[in-house]
Design a protein around this ligand. Structure first.
Ligand SMILES: Nc1ncnc2c1ncn2[C@@H]1O[C@H](COP(=O)(O)OP(=O)(O)O)[C@@H](O)[C@H]1O
Ligand SMILES: [Mg+2]
Length: 605
């Protein structure tokens, strides 16, 4: 007896602070989220010494009356939910009533606030969780919260903070993410007296994106809606050197999240359409009905749980895949505009950021910032596409059953086309009802073969062809070792390798797709790739690169005359592939001259 006692409110708050407030950027996140929940249209953030000395967040939201202001600093005090049913469909960013008391328990906090219409404002000062003064002050409508000397009373915690520069960078990243999610809100971030971010309110995401990142033609537009899940945003385009690496900003119902399911789906989208897919830059917004996602999982609300996780995975994967490869073939423009030979496909998608884009991205809801909490409901409402009856295809998740793959607006894919002939023995000229296509025969065939190789690998193994006379390949000692340690994987590719003595290997069988010479080249490349294993190459990546190499070697070459049958075959196969407009290395497969463009130039419209 007598050993168990209740923690003081102060200590309980400090413990909660341990979860909610990891670093200055988490304070910024909580305070800005409160401002957004309060319907602010402008939020100004100021920091000194990476937020360790001072963080100030000012908003023009609804403010608080004196009673609410005092209550807001109590643990588990919130205006955002009241019944347990509310937890099932949370429409605000906050709901736990923990942030303010937690932050106040580990800093010197000053809160100034005035609701619209009230004659005066309230100022409350708190030191390490203890209220030291409450008084009436003059204040503009809205709320200002100042957090000084974060963790001053928790030296162990303070020691864990990084340099001022590193903490400032975290804050900028956080504000950037919040600004991306709320284009209709204006943000400024001042750090050590310098304006770091300045984004006045704008109409929608494209404008906000431009404010933050400028013109980016190395990103492609994502837009897909299925099974009640809407995915939109921008992701790194495929490119010769692999997609651009960069921030992975992922939002679910406008909430910044870290989610393994989504991250995995993104990587998968890249891995089927490209040879190199490591940590691509993505800015992805996922929307669903609020009751389809549980946000009450983690104190910082950074993790969420999906009702239908596999549907989310599938829609994100398809959205990414479609964006990376299935977009319309780049359009050839006449009238003096030159089309460079091998530009990344993103170059001439007409109206990428201007035309289709704004319509596809949801317009930002008009919020009434004068009354109550923001109408988040209005914003989350528009996604509904009820899952239909179950399908017999086991590979189709139930949520997709009965839903045919809907082509995206503007994403034509490859229609049945009739080949007319070759241009310079390198390009196939083909027509359909909607225009004329110029197809790079090598790149197109490479795409087709890459898909086929990857498909067969997923299904089992590549067909192998026994050599009458085994080939001997001389390699480096480590190259030799590394291949011998992976004979089982090589076997899946149709390579039968064995030790030959010295640094040589004996090739008894090779993939049926390759000639013996090409097989030797592939084995050498594989040895080199796998040798770099310690430097981060995974077997799968190396194999995929080999798949691309295999495809590249086996594909028809440029400057090669083709029969009509061969041309028809390539076009038909291309039509079947899911990613038909980009080769595995990111080069465009075809250019199109649209019917409209032709008719316009002949003045027929
Ligand atoms: N910037 C603000 N403007 C208006 N009200 C605020 C603001 N910040 C906090 N509040 C009020 O204080 C309450 C407690 O805030 P907080 O501790 O962050 O919990 P939560 O956001 O989870 O409700 C909020 O529910 C809200 O009513
Ligand atoms: Mg909050």
């Amino acid at each position: 007896m007598g050993k168990v006692h209740r923690l003081s409110a102060e200590l309980a708050n400090q413990i909660a602070a341990g979860e909610v407030v990891e670093r200055p950027a988490s304070v910024v996140k909580e305070l800005v989220e409160n401002a957004i929940d309060a319907g602010a249209s402008r939020v100004a953030i100021e920091c000194e010494l990476g937020g360790k000395k001072l963080i100030r967040v000012e908003d023009n939201g609804i403010g608080m009356d004196p009673e609410d202001a005092q209550l807001a600093l109590d643990r588990h005090a919130t205006s955002k939910i009241s019944r347990s049913e509310d937890l099932a469909a949370i429409l605000t960013l906050g709901f736990r009533g923990e942030a303010l008391p937690s932050i106040a328990s580990v800093s010197h906090l000053a809160l100034r606030t005035r609701p619209a219409g009230a004659p005066g404002g309230t100022e409350i000062r708190v030191n390490g969780g203890t209220v030291s003064s409450v008084r009436e002050v003059g204040a503009p409508t809205g709320t200002s919260i100042e957090v000084a000397d974060l963790f001053y009373n928790l030296p162990a915690r303070r020691k864990f903070l990084k340099s001022d520069g590193a903490e400032s960078a975290q804050i900028s990243k956080m504000v950037t993410q919040l600004a991306l999610a709320y284009p209709e809100v204006g943000f400024t971030l001042t750090s050590a007296g310098r304006k770091v971010i300045e984004c006045p309110p704008v109409r929608g995401l494209p404008d906000r994106f431009y404010q933050l990142y400028g013109e980016r033609d190395d990103l492609v537009d994502v837009a897909k809606e299925a099974a009640g899940i809407r995915v939109f945003g921008l992701v790194a385009a495929l490119a010769e050197q692999g997609p651009k690496r960069g921030p992975q900003n992922i939002f679910v119902n406008r909430r910044i999240v870290k989610d393994k399911t989504i991250a995995h789906a993104i990587i998968e989208a890249y891995s089927v359409s490209s040879v190199k897919e490591r940590s691509p830059e993505v800015h992805l917004f996922i929307e669903m009905e609020p009751d389809q996602v549980d946000v009450n999982v983690h104190p910082t609300k950074a993790e969420v749980r999906f009702r239908n996780q596999s549907a989310v995975h599938e829609v994100v994967r398809r959205a990414g895949g479609a964006a990376l490869g299935q977009g319309p073939a780049p359009e050839l423009q006449l009238r003096g505009e030159t089309v460079p030979a091998a530009q990344p496909v993103t170059m001439s998608f007409p109206g990428l950021l201007g035309g289709i884009y704004p319509n596809r991205w949801s317009p930002v809801p008009v919020r009434d910032t004068t009354v109550g909490m923001p109408a988040s409901a209005a914003w989350t409402a528009p996604v509904v596409a009820e899952p239909r009856a179950a399908s017999s295809d086991p590979s189709v998740p139930p949520a997709f059953a009965g839903q045919a793959e809907q082509p995206l607006q503007g994403a034509i894919g490859v229609r049945p086309m009739i080949p007319l002939g070759q241009f310079r023995d390198t390009f196939i000229i083909a027509i359909d009802d909607e225009g004329i296509a110029i197809i790079d025969q090598h790149v197109a065939h490479e795409r087709v073969l890459f898909e086929r190789v990857m498909q067969r690998l997923t299904d089992g193994r590549l067909e192998s062809q026994l050599l009458l006379e085994p080939l001997v390949v001389e390699l480096t000692a480590s190259g030799c070792q590394v291949l011998l340690s992976r004979t089982a994987e090589l076997d899946r590719f149709g390579f039968e390798v064995a030790e030959f003595g010295g640094n040589s290997l004996r090739l008894a069988a090779v993939p049926a797709l390759l000639t013996p010479d090409e097989s030797v080249a592939a084995v050498r490349a594989l040895a080199e790739d796998l040798d770099g294993l310690e430097r981060g190459t995974t077997v799968e990546e190396a194999l995929k690169r080999i798949a691309a190499l295999t495809a590249c070697h086996a594909a028809v070459k440029a400057n090669a005359p083709l029969t009509y049958e061969k041309m028809a075959h390539i076009i038909e196969e291309l039509r079947r592939t899911a990613y038909s407009t980009i080769c595995p290395h990111g080069r465009p497969v075809m250019l199109r001259l649209t019917r409209r463009e032709i008719e316009k130039n002949f003045q027929r419209i």
